[in-house]
Design a protein around this ligand. Structure first.
Ligand SMILES: Cc1cc2nc3c(=O)[nH]c(=O)nc-3n(C[C@H](O)[C@H](O)[C@H](O)COP(=O)(O)OP(=O)(O)OC[C@H]3O[C@@H](n4cnc5c(N)ncnc54)[C@H](O)[C@@H]3O)c2cc1C
Length: 820
C-alpha cells in the first residue's frame, strides 16, 4: 500500500468516525485495523505500532489515563476555572434545557423536532377566548384608557376579576382557570391586539409574582388563604424586586430585613423588620398584597448559625401599617398601573416569607426558576400579538392607501418594510408557540425563554417602526383612530422589563446557554467542585474525555459541512425547505466548534467579553427561531401558500447567523485561531443571502390579499368588526375596497375616462347613470368609500382637549394664556 494512500485512508477514517461521533474504543479499533492492513502490505512498520501504542494505551486504560493525564489537567482546570457567584450558580441551576440543547450540540435530530406535540387549546380555553376575552375587548376603549383616564375603567377591572383573567395560572382546586401556557399566550396575544394596557395588567399577575411563587413554594396555609382570594380577584398582587440602586443587577438589592422578635396582633412572635425602597413595580399602586424581595440578615442568629441569609421573598399585605404605595410612574403613555413602594423598619412575622422560615434565603432561586417559565410567556406573547396585529393592519392599510394612483403596498420600497413585518409575524408566532409549548411539556426553559423574550421584543420594536413608516402621518397623529402609536411609544417597555435586552443578549442567552446546553461543561464544573478527590478525578475524566471527543467531532463536522455547503447533510424533507435544515446542520456544528474554541481560549474571561458571548448567543438564537419556523410549517400541514413567509423567515435568520459567525471571527481575540478557523467555517466566503426582492414582494402580496395564509398570520387576534375596534374596521375596509375595485373598473370602462380611486360615492352615482351598476353594487362602492375614509383619516382636536392643565387656557378663546 502506498504511504500517501495510507495517510489519506487514515485521515478519512478519523474524519468519518469523528463526524459520526464514534467512541474512543471504536476509534482505537478502527485505527488498529488500518495499521494492520498497512503493516501486511508493508506500508508501515514497527515504529508506527509503537507510536500507536504510546497514544492509545494511556487513553484507553482508565487507571493510567486518570493518574497521568486527568489529574494534572484537573489541577490546572481548578486554577483557571471562572469564579461563579451564588446568584450566577442559582441562575444556571434554574430551569431545564430542551431543544436548544440539541441545536447547541452540533447535530440536531430533525425528527425529534417534528415529533414534539403541537400545542392545542382545550374546548374550555377556546370558549374563554371566544367569550370573556371578546367581551372585555369590546368593553375597552384604548383611547379612553391611555389618554382620558390613564387607566382601565373600574367596570373593566371588575370584569377581569370576575372572569378569572388574573387567575389563568392558578390551579382549579383554588378557583383558578389553570390554563395551559399556550392558552395564556393566545389570551395575551388577543388582548394586546387592541390594548397594551389591558395585556400588561392581565399579564403581570399571571407571570412572575405572588400567584406563581405561592403555587410552587408557598406553605399550605399560605396557599389555602391567598390562592382562592387571588383567583377571585379579592387580592391584587404585585412583585417588587427592582430598586433605584439595583435594576439589572437585581441580586444587589439594598433592601433588607433583620430577624428579630416583635409584637404582632398582641403577641410576641419571631419576625423581621423590613426596610425597602422599590420602583417601577407593576400593579403596586393598586396592589393589596406586595410580593417583596429583600436580603435577610440574622445578626442575633435566631434562625441558625448564618448571619447573612440572602435574598428572601415575602408577602406583605399593603394595609400593614407603614407600607407606602399609591403613587404612579408614567410609562411612556401606556399608563398601566406601575409605581414605587417604600417601607421603613416594618415588623412582620416570619410566616410572611413565601414557603415559611425554611425558605429564608431561597428567594433568588425561586425567582430565577419562575422567571425561566414566565419570561417565555408574557412578553413574547404580547410582542407576538403586537407584531401580528401590525402585520394585519399594515397589510390592509398599504392596500387601501393610494399614492401616485397605486396602492402604496405595491411600491417596491414599501414592500421591503412590509416583508420584514410579515416575516417577523410568522417567526414570532412560530417561536412563541413552540416556547410556550415546551412549558406545557413540563420544561422550565431558561435559555429558550431568554431567547424568545429578547428576539420577540426586538422584532416587535422593528415591526412597529416599519409600520409607522408605512403609515406616514396616519401613524403619527394620535387619537381614537390611531391603532399604532401607543404600540410605538410602548415598545421600549417590553425591551426593558424582565431582563433589559442589551443585558439579555450579551450576558444571559449564551452565558446560561453555554453551560446549560453544553454536554460536558457543567459536568466538568461540578466534578471540579467535588471534595472527594477520587470521585472528582473519575467524574472529571469522564467529562473531559467526552469533551475532547466532542470537540474533535465538531471540528470534522464543521469542516465537512462547510466545504460541501451542507449539500449532503440530512434533512427530514425533500421540498423547498430542505436547504434550511441543511444550513442549520452546518451552523449548529460551527456553533459547537466555536463555543469550545471560545471557552478554551478565553476561559473565565468569556464572561467579560460580552460581545463574543452575544454573537455566539445570536447564532444559537437564530438556529432556535429558524427551527421553530420549520416546525410551525410542518405542524400546520406544510401549506404551500405560507411558503414565502417560511422562506423569508428562514433566510433572514440564517443570514443573521452567518453574519454573527463572520463578525465573531473578525473580533475574536486570538487572531491566529480566528484566521485559521474562518477558513474552515467559511471556505467559500459568506454564501447565504438575505431574502431577495422577489421574496419580499411575495410576502407583501400575502399581507395585502385576503387568503388563508393571511388569515393564519392573524390567528388569535381581535379582528371583530365593532365600532370601537380599529383593527377590525381596517380589515372590513380592506374586504370592502377589494369588492369595490372591479365595480370601479366597470364604471371607468363604461365612462371611458380615468377616474381617481376616491369619491367612490360619486363613482357609484355615475355607474347608476350609465346603467352599468345595480343599486346593490352602487351601495358596495359607497360602503367602500366610507371604510376608506375612516382608514385614511386622522383625528383632530379642540386645543383645550389636548392640554393636561386646562387652567392655562381661557375656555372661551381656547388659546393658551398664562394663568394669573
Ligand atoms: C414599566 C416597567 C415595569 C416594571 N415592572 C417591574 C415589576 O413589576 N417588578 C420589578 O421588580 N421590576 C419591574 N421593572 C423593573 C425592570 O425589571 C428593570 O427596569 C430592569 O431590570 C432594568 O433595570 P433598570 O431600568 O434600572 O436599568 P439598568 O439596570 O440601569 O440598565 C441600563 C442599561 O444597561 C444595560 N446593562 C446593565 N447591566 C449590563 C451588563 N452587565 N451587560 C450589558 N448591559 C447591561 C441594560 O441592559 C440596560 O440597557 C419594571 C420596569 C419598567 C420600566
Amino acid at each position: 500500500m502506498d504511504l500517501l494512500l495510507f495517510i489519506i485512508g487514515l485521515l478519512l477514517a478519523i474524519g468519518v468516525l469523528a463526524y459520526h461521533r464514534a467512541s474512543l474504543t471504536l476509534f482505537t479499533a478502527a485505527i488498529a485495523v488500518i495499521l494492520a492492513v498497512a503493516t501486511v502490505s508493508d506500508t508501515v512498520g514497527f515504529i508506527s505500532w509503537i507510536i500507536f501504542a504510546a497514544i492509545a494505551l494511556p487513553l484507553n486504560i482508565a487507571g493510567i489515563r486518570q493518574q497521568h493525564i486527568t489529574k494534572p489537567l484537573l489541577k490546572l482546570y481548578r486554577k483557571i476555572m471562572p469564579e461563579m457567584s451564588t446568584t450566577e450558580k442559582e441562575a444556571i441551576d434554574a430551569g431545564t434545557t430542551w431543544w436548544e440543547g440539541d441545536l447547541f450540540r452540533g447535530n440536531p435530530d430533525w425528527h425529534k423536532l417534528h415529533n414534539f406535540p403541537k400545542p392545542r387549546l382545550s374546548a374550555e380555553e377556546q370558549a374563554f377566548l371566544d367569550g370573556p376575552v371578546e367581551t372585555v375587548l369590546k368593553m375597552v376603549d384604548d383611547w379612553h384608557t391611555t389618554h382620558e383616564r390613564a387607566d382601565l375603567s373600574p367596570e373593566v377591572y371588575q370584569y377581569l376579576k370576575d372572569h378569572g383573567f388574573f387567575a389563568m395560572i392558578i390551579k382549579k382546586q383554588y378557583g383558578g382557570l389553570e390554563f395551559s401556557a399556550f392558552a395564556q399566550s393566545c389570551v395575551l396575544q388577543k388582548l394586546t391586539s387592541k390594548s397594551m394596557v389591558l395585556s400588561s395588567i392581565v399579564g403581570v399577575p399571571n407571570s412572575l409574582g405572588p400567584g406563581e411563587l405561592l403555587q410552587h413554594y408557598g406553605t399550605k396555609e399560605q396557599q389555602d388563604y391567598y390562592l382562592p382570594r387571588l383567583a377571585k380577584g379579592l387580592e391584587v398582587p404585585c412583585f417588587a424586586l427592582t430598586s433605584p440602586e439595583a435594576g439589572s443587577d437585581a441580586g444587589a438589592i439594598p433592601d433588607f430585613g433583620i430577624v428579630c422578635k416583635g409584637e404582632w396582633q398582641g403577641k410576641e412572635v419571631l419576625g423581621m423588620r423590613l426596610t425597602w425602597n422599590k420602583r417601577y413595580i407593576t400593579l403596586a399602586p393598586i396592589a393589596t398584597v406586595l410580593g417583596l424581595a429583600f436580603k435577610l440578615q440574622d445578626p442575633e442568629k435566631l434562625l441558625g448559625d448564618k448571619e447573612d441569609l440572602g435574598i428572601t421573598c415575602a408577602l406583605i399585605p399593603t394595609d400593614t401599617p407603614g407600607v407606602k404605595i399609591g403613587r404612579r410612574h408614567f410609562p411612556l403613555n401606556v399608563p398601566f398601573q406601575n409605581g414605587p413602594t417604600q417601607g421603613d423598619n416594618i415588623f412582620v412575622p416570619l410566616d410572611f416569607i413565601i414557603g415559611g422560615p425554611k425558605m429564608a434565603g431561597q428567594g433568588w432561586r425561586m425567582l430565577v426558576e419562575c422567571l425561566s417559565v414566565g419570561r417565555a410567556i408574557t412578553l413574547p406573547s404580547n410582542s407576538t400579538g403586537g407584531i401580528k396585529a401590525v402585520a394585519m393592519a399594515t397589510g390592509a392599510y398599504a392596500r387601501i392607501r393610494r399614492q401616485f394612483k397605486l396602492p402604496i403596498g405595491k411600491m417596491e420600497g414599501v414592500e421591503e418594510a412590509m416583508a420584514r413585518i410579515g416575516g417577523y409575524a410568522y417567526m414570532a408566532d412560530a417561536s412563541t408557540t413552540m416556547s410556550v409549548g415546551s412549558i406545557d411539556l413540563g420544561e422550565k426553559p431558561s435559555v429558550i425563554s431568554a431567547i424568545t423574550k429578547y428576539h420577540m421584543t426586538e422584532r416587535m420594536r422593528q415591526a412597529i417602526i416599519d409600520a409607522m413608516d408605512i403609515h406616514g402621518g396616519k401613524g403619527i397623529c394620535m387619537g381614537p383612530n390611531n391603532y399604532l402609536a401607543r404600540g410605538y411609544q410602548g415598545a421600549p417597555v417590553a425591551i426593558t422589563v424582565e431582563g433589559a435586552n442589551i443585558l439579555t443578549r450579551n450576558m444571559i442567552i449564551y452565558g446560561q446557554g453555554a453551560i446549560r446546553c453544553h454536554p460536558y461543561v457543567l459536568a466538568e464544573l461540578q466534578a471540579a467542585q467535588l471534595e472527594d478527590e477520587r470521585a472528582a478525578v473519575t467524574a472529571f475524566d469522564r467529562a473531559l474525555f467526552g469533551h475532547i471527543g466532542f470537540s474533535i467531532s465538531n471540528f470534522f463536522r464543521t469542516f465537512w459541512l462547510s466545504i460541501t455547503n451542507a449539500a449532503f447533510s440530512h434533512a427530514p424533507v425533500k421540498d423547498e425547505t430542505a436547504r434550511y435544515y441543511k444550513q442549520m446542520n452546518r451552523f449548529s456544528a460551527s456553533l459547537a466548534l466555536m463555543s469550545d474554541i471560545a471557552m478554551a481560549t478565553l476561559g473565565g474571561d468569556l464572561k467579560r467579553r460580552e460581545r463574543i458571548s452575544a454573537r455566539l448567543g445570536d447564532i444559537l438564537s437564530m438556529l432556535y427561531i429558524t427551527s421553530t419556523v420549520l416546525k410551525k410549517y410542518n405542524d400546520e400541514g406544510r401549506q404551500v401558500q405560507d411558503l414565502p413567509l417560511v422562506q423569508w423567515a428562514c433566510e433572514d435568520n440564517l443570514a443573521k447567523a452567518q453574519l454573527a459567525l463572520d463578525e465573531l471571527f473578525d473580533n475574536f481575540p486570538s487572531r491566529a485561531v480566528a484566521v485559521v478557523l474562518k477558513r474552515v467555517v467559511f471556505p467559500w466566503g459568506r454564501t447565504l443571502r438575505r431574502p431577495s426582492d422577489v421574496l419580499d414582494h411575495k410576502v407583501a402580496r400575502i399581507m395585502q390579499t385576503p387568503c388563508e395564509a393571511r388569515s393564519r398570520l392573524g390567528s388569535h387576534l381581535y379582528l371583530t368588526q365593532e365600532p370601537n375596534n380599529q383593527l377590525g374596521l381596517v380589515e372590513k375596509a380592506l374586504t370592502d375596497i377589494l369588492a369595490a375595485e372591479p365595480l370601479f373598473d366597470k364604471v371607468v370602462h363604461a365612462a371611458n375616462k380615468r377616474l381617481p380611486f376616491y369619491r367612490l360615492g360619486e363613482v357609484a352615482d355615475l355607474g347608476l347613470e350609465l346603467g352599468v351598476l345595480s343599486q346593490a353594487e352602487a351601495e358596495k362602492l359607497r360602503v367602500a368609500e366610507a371604510g376608506r375614509l375612516h382608514v385614511i383619516n386622522v383625528d383632530d382636536f379642540d386645543p383645550l382637549d389636548l392640554a393636561a392643565d386646562k387652567s392655562l387656557f381661557n375656555s372661551t378663546a381656547a388659546k393658551p394664556e398664562q394663568a394669573a
